[in-house]
Design a protein around this ligand. Structure first.
Ligand SMILES: [Zn+2]
Length: 179
């Protein structure tokens, strides 16, 4: 649990963004945080939020190979970071288009995943079920390859959230076969 506590008071934040006085570390709302003795400003380190899509066709899942860090060269679900003010579902669909060339329709929320800190990427990952509306897999943006993989022949996967989502998908598909 030490990493999240350390992350709550980033030392690189030296000066108050409101009044420019030097910040100090003190305990605020149960954690050490960077705070301003001059004006009372407190810096809250908000979680990094990622959004992505799970597109499955004929038992195959759409994945992209990451062209940038973290976890460069491994495969993940099409996804991106959510910026302030963005709608998560619309952003997930846009990231899918940018990374895979597929126009997708969001069908619903699959789940919200937690990635432990330390390896980069999003700490909170919102994953939607989506289906292809148009397009063929063509890599772009942060991806250098995009294709569908059978669930029994998956490549090296990036991120705990991707692995958790794929593991669940495999459980569901084996449950369907057992029905
Ligand atoms: Zn201040």
């Amino acid at each position: 649990m030490s990493a999240p506590l350390l992350d709550s008071a980033p030392a690189w934040l030296a000066f108050c963004p409101r009044c420019a006085a030097p910040l100090v570390t003190r305990r605020v709302v149960d954690r050490p945080r960077r705070a301003c003795p001059a004006c009372g400003y407190v810096h809250f380190t908000d979680p990094k939020v990622g959004v992505g899509v799970l597109v499955v066709e004929d038992g195959r899942v759409l994945l992209v190979r990451r062209a940038v860090g973290p976890e460069r060269g491994k495969w993940s679900l099409p996804a991106g970071f959510l910026d302030q003010g963005e709608d998560p579902a619309a952003t997930a669909a846009r990231e899918a288009l940018e990374e895979t060339g597929l126009t997708v329709a969001i069908e619903g929320l699959l789940d919200v995943f937690y990635n432990p800190p330390g390896r980069g990427g999003a700490s909170i990952f919102i994953l939607y079920r989506a289906r292809r509306v148009a397009g063929e897999p063509t890599a772009g943006d942060d991806a250098d390859e995009a294709r569908f993989f059978p669930l029994d022949a998956l490549p090296d996967l990036a991120f705990a959230s991707t692995r958790a989502a794929i593991a669940r998908l495999r459980e569901e598909s084996s449950a369907d076969l057992a029905d």
